[in-house]
Design a protein around this ligand. Sequence first.
Ligand code: FA5
Length: 342
Amino acid sequence: MQDYLQIKEKFNSQINSVQDLNSLELLEQEYFSRKAGEITLLMRGLGDVPEEERKEKGQKINELKVAMVQSIESKRLELKENEYKKIIETESIDITQPNLPKHESGHLHPITLVQNQLEDLFTSMGFAIEDGPELESEYYNFTALNIPETHPARDTQDTFYIKDHAGWVMRTHTSSMQVRAMQSNDLPMRVIMPGRCYRNESTDARHEHTFYQLEGFVVDENISFANLKGILEVVAKNLYGPEAKIRLRPKFYPFVEPGVNGEVSCFLCESKGCRVCKQSGWLEIFGAGMIHPNVLSAGGIDAQKYQGFAFGLGLDRLVMLKYGIEDIRHFQGGDLRFLKQF
Ligand code: FA5
C-alpha cells in the first residue's frame, strides 16, 4: 500500500509539470513500459501478495492505473491544442502578395470553330469526314486531277516542292484528297475533307502561304449541277443567315467540267465594297464544279455510269466574313489580343 500511495503522489506532481508531448511520452514509459514500468512491476508483484490481501490490493492498483491513464490522455489533448494554437498564432497571410493570374485554359481557334460548325452541317446531310496528308505526291495533288505537266499551278512560284525529294509537294489544295477518297470508299459517296494547304504566295489581306480549305464531293448516279448549287447555298445560309447570297461565275479548273468560281456577298461592308472584297461587294470563297470524267476514271469509277460534283471552300475567308476580320494574316500571327476575342 505504501508503494501505491508513493507512486500516486509522485505521478501527480510529475504530470503537473509536464510541458510538452515528448516529456509526456517519457513519463508514460516510466510507469507503463512493459519491461520496467512502475505500474507494470506493481501488477506483476501481486502474485507474491498473500491471497487474502491480493484482491483488495489488485483493485486499488487498477483504480490508480485507470486514473493515471486518464490524466495522461487529457494532458496529451491539452498539449496538442496548445501546439495548434501556437501554429495559428505564428502563421500569417501576406496581404501585399501580388494577385497572381489564374491558370487560363485555352480555347478553340476561330478557324477550328467554323470547321466544327461545317463538319456538323455536312454530317447532318450524310457526309463522311476524311483526313489526308499535307505532304503529298505530285500524282494526287496534280496528275490524278487532270492537271497537265505544263499547268501554271505546278510552277515553283505557286507550289512548295520538297528539296531532294522529287515528286513530293506540300499540298496546294484539299482536292488532292479526291482520288484518294475515290480509291478507298464505296459508291455512292459523300465526303468532306478539311485541312491545311500551302502555296508559295506573297501574302496580303486575303492571301496566306498557309491556309485552310474544306473539300467536299458527292459521286452517285443522276447528280446534277443543281445539287451542287443547293449544297453551296445551304452552307452560306448556315454560316451567315437567310439573307446570304452566293454568286457563281465560270472558271476553268482542269479537274471539273463545267467549273465555277464561287463568291459570297460581303458582310464586312454589307456588299457596299471594302478593302477585303476589293470594292466589289463579293468575296471569292470557293471553287467548284462537276467532276471531270478523267478524274473519276483515275479514281477507278465508271464515268459513263456515275457523275459527281466537287467544291473547295476557303475556310479562312469564310471565317473572315463570319467574324468581320479584315486581314487573313491575323489567323497565323499568334497575337493573343486577336485570339482572345473568340
Ligand atoms: C482550288 O484550290 C480548287 N482545288 C477548288 C476546287 C475544288 C475547284 C473542287 C473545283 C472543284 P482555288 O485556288 O480557287 O481552287 O482556291 C479555292 C479557295 O481557297 C479560294 O476561293 C480561297 O477561298 C481559298 N484560297 C486559295 N488560295 C488561298 C490563299 N493563298 N490564302 C487563303 N485562301 C486561299
